[in-house]
Design a protein around this ligand. Structure first.
Ligand SMILES: Nc1nc2c(ncn2[C@@H]2O[C@H](COP(=O)(O)OP(=O)(O)O)[C@@H](O)[C@H]2O)c(=O)[nH]1
Ligand SMILES: [Mg+2]
Length: 319
């Protein structure tokens, strides 16, 4: 049982237990988990949800370690939820990352948690959405969702945060290499990291290149994607990143952020419905036989795909 009072009081162990509960695939845990989520329903309207992505080695963990401590100095309570689809069991490289976030993970105002991504319904980041609500219920008001961006995880993260930021390396030449099509359009900010030492000039040049590449995009009518640079290692411009996020909140307004969250919830619902239907169909033993028969008929040319599909769905719905 999760002690709701303790959770709301911000007890980190209770929060960790609650996240373990929602991650459980056991049916009885799922029921308990939904009861718990029902009690906390909408998370915290005053919170801010920041998504961070970028290639391995760009400096995400270093950035979060230092930016997280800066946030705490500004009286925030920081939760970091890390999604790494490349390590399915529990976090893998992100556990190693905890050593890179040593100060932050030892701070009582911070909570760091890798999200296991195997076998969850509704995409790798499905459980992360629910974990956000739990963290907010526990009083964490600044939520950072980190992903290395394997598969669809960047797109999923972009659709569960208030602000989506891409970290980049200072590179000459093919700046946009390695960036998935469509990701740049979703960014609210691009931040060139490692703007220090010999790379400082290169970072400024990259910044200008991104700026011109972004001229064409505007995914949010109220906010033009910002390009900036920083050094996560030396803390240079870390405070300006915070200022930028404040500016975003003031520019778009609270109402926009809440409306956007509602829209994300609607998309989440739609997505879950189709995932759940698919899951139920595939785990129904009676239907499995029918499916195999129809598949064989289509394969041998006895039946048209469209006819077989309608037959299958009709029977499934009557079932
Ligand atoms: N020079 C420099 N090195 C950095 C900076 N940020 C991170 N690094 C280094 O880059 C490497 C990868 O950083 P890490 O935070 O693990 O990257 P992640 O894979 O994106 O999480 C580490 O050796 C860091 O010390 C920075 O701003 N400047
Ligand atoms: Mg990392």
């Amino acid at each position: 049982m999760i002690d709701l009072q303790k959770l709301i009081a911000g007890d980190r162990r209770t929060l960790a237990k609650a996240i373990t509960l929602i991650e459980s695939t056991k049916e009885e845990d799922q029921i308990k988990s939904q009861e718990l989520l029902n009690k906390i329903l909408n998370g915290n309207k005053k919170s801010f949800r920041l998504g961070i992505t970028g290639s391995p080695g760009v400096g995400k963990s270093t950035f979060i370690e230092n930016f997280g401590q800066y946030l705490i100095s500004q009286n925030h309570k920081v939760a970091v939820l890390a999604i790494d689809p490349s390590s399915p069991t529990s976090g893998g490289s992100i556990l190693g990352d905890k050593t890179r976030m040593e100060k932050l993970s030892n701070d009582p105002s911070a909570f760091i948690r890798p999200t296991p991504s195997s076998g969850t319904l509704g995409g790798v980041a499905q459980k992360t959405r629910e974990a956000i609500l739990l963290c907010e219920a526990a009083g964490f008001d600044f939520i950072i969702i980190e992903t290395v961006g394997v598969g669809q995880s960047e797109f999923e993260v972009a659709n569960m945060v208030d602000f989506f930021m891409i970290l980049m390396l200072p590179n000459s030449g093919d700046e946009l290499q390695g960036i998935k099509k469509g990701i740049l359009e979703l960014a609210d900010a691009i931040v060139v990291n490692k703007a220090d030492g010999d790379s400082e000039n290169l970072a400024i040049k990259s910044q200008a290149q991104f700026q011109s590449a972004l001229e064409l995009f505007r995914h949010n009518p109220l906010w033009k994607t910002k390009v900036s640079s920083c050094s996560a290692l030396t803390n240079k411009n870390i405070d300006q990143i915070y200022t930028m996020l404040k500016e975003f909140q003031e520019t778009v307004g609270e109402e926009y952020i809440l409306k956007n969250r509602n829209k994300q919830n609607k998309d989440w619902f739609t997505n879950l419905v189709s995932e759940l239907i698919k899951f139920k169909l595939n785990s129904d033993k009676k239907l499995a036989g029918l499916k195999t028969t129809l598949e064989a008929e289509v394969l041998s040319g006895q039946k048209l795909a469209v006819v077989a599909a309608s037959e299958y769905v009709e029977k499934a719905l009557k079932n």
